[in-house]
Design a binder for this molecule. Structure first.
Ligand code: TXA
Ligand code: MG
Length: 349
């Protein structure tokens, strides 16, 4: 069945569209908008009813707190308390940009926005359309990624429409995003600060500015994994419809294993997806193979990740096998998202 009314898609660079989007937010409505990480689903962060609408549109559990997006540093003092000096250093270095920081919340922030927590997550995006939209909306936009809960995050306006058309008031189209994975989340309410979700602002970049930074134990994966501290990280997430399995080991063994699995599954009549890289694409003779980017520049892998997971849904594959991504920096964010999408399923060869 088709949705009753499709949501209108407007050009994010059009000032009239930004003005209209701001008016929708002020009236308590929902607008999807581009940021440099992924598209967000925005509502007025200080309006409890608007935050509730976000949960309904996404089908998101209401104990999962939202990030408040601001466009100037002055706004921070209105929503956060006890902001440490180290946070100022990080703002100087990484705001605007893909870094979200968690502080104690002020009374102005409703518990509907923070999922009942006394802390608040704050981010200042760099994307000019995002900033114009936040300003036009009154300065405080609560926004999760603009996908249906559990699906891969949207990196284009079309992805947003696939999930939310008919359920929200407007989509601002700013073209494909530049980073492709969500912001780094750093909890500044603990000492030393703790990374709850890895992103483009890497642990190494943070450490260089403020010294010791810890990592949520759930990020280690495998047997050491503990319950995640960011409520949102505990759900199966970013997931394609078909089961995804990561294959970890040295390159030759991984290629051999994936090819063997593809051969076996294909013989059973299954359609099998493969996530390869520029370096290995030609080494897979069969299967629905896609290159996720080049290992020489991991930013390209982050850019393509969610789009490729959605493409496998469209292709209707029954199984997906992916190469593994070791290492620190951006690889840590890529590995984290793929492990979530795979429900932690890894074959070691
Ligand atoms: O890049 C991004 O951060 C994107 C764009 C739209 O800005 N937003 C995004 O939001 O990824 P969302 O809702 O998909 O993910 C926010 C994560 C969730 O895992 C949530 O649990 C966590 O941040 N979070 C939010 N507030 C928190 C808090 N006070 N304490 C701990 N975790 C928090
Ligand atoms: Mg999300």
């Amino acid at each position: 069945m088709k949705s009753v009314m499709e949501t209108i898609i407007q050009n994010a660079k059009d000032p009239a569209a930004i003005k209209a989007a701001g008016d929708i937010i002020k009236k308590g409505g929902l607008v999807a908008f581009p940021t440099e990480t992924v598209y967000g689903l925005g509502a007025d962060a200080l309006n409890p009813m608007a935050a509730k609408k976000i949960y309904a549109a996404k089908g998101r559990p209401s104990d999962n707190p939202l990030i408040i997006h601001i466009c100037d540093r002055q706004a921070l003092s209105e929503i956060a308390k006890d902001v440490p000096e180290t946070a100022e250093v990080l703002m100087d270095a990484f705001w605007p940009g893909p870094l979200t920081m968690i502080f104690r919340k002020s009374e102005r922030v409703p518990y509907e926005t923070t999922g009942g927590l006394d802390t608040v997550a704050v981010r200042m995006p760099e994307d000019p359309s995002a900033r114009a939209f936040i300003a036009a909306s009154g300065g405080f936009i609560a926004a999760p990624s603009a996908n249906t809960s559990g699906r891969p995050s949207p990196t284009t306006a079309r992805h947003v429409a696939e999930d939310l058309s008919g359920k929200i008031d407007m989509i601002l189209d700013g073209g494909p995003v530049s980073i492709g994975v969500e912001s780094t989340i750093l909890d500044m309410s603990v000492s030393p600060p703790m990374i709850l979700r890895p992103g483009a602002v890497t642990k190494e970049m943070l450490t260089r500015k403020i010294g010791e930074v810890s990592e949520d134990a759930s990020l280690k994966g495998g047997r050491e994994a503990k319950q995640a501290k960011a409520p949102g990280m505990k759900y199966r997430h970013y997931a394609p419809k078909a089961p995804l399995t990561l294959v970890e080991g040295n390159e030759e063994d991984v290629i051999e294993k994936i090819n063997a699995l593809v051969k076996k599954e294909t013989a059973l009549g299954k359609k099998v997806g493969i996530i390869s890289t520029e370096e290995t694409f030609e080494r897979y003779p069969a299967g629905d193979k896609k290159s996720i980017g080049t290992r020489l520049n991991e930013s390209t892998i982050a850019q393509n990740l969610y789009r490729i997971l959605r493409e496998f849904d469209e292709d209707g594959v029954d199984e997906i096998y992916s190469e593994f991504f070791d290492g620190e920096g951006m690889a840590s964010a890529i590995r984290n998202r793929l492990l979530k999408a795979a429900g932690q399923q890894v074959i070691h060869v």
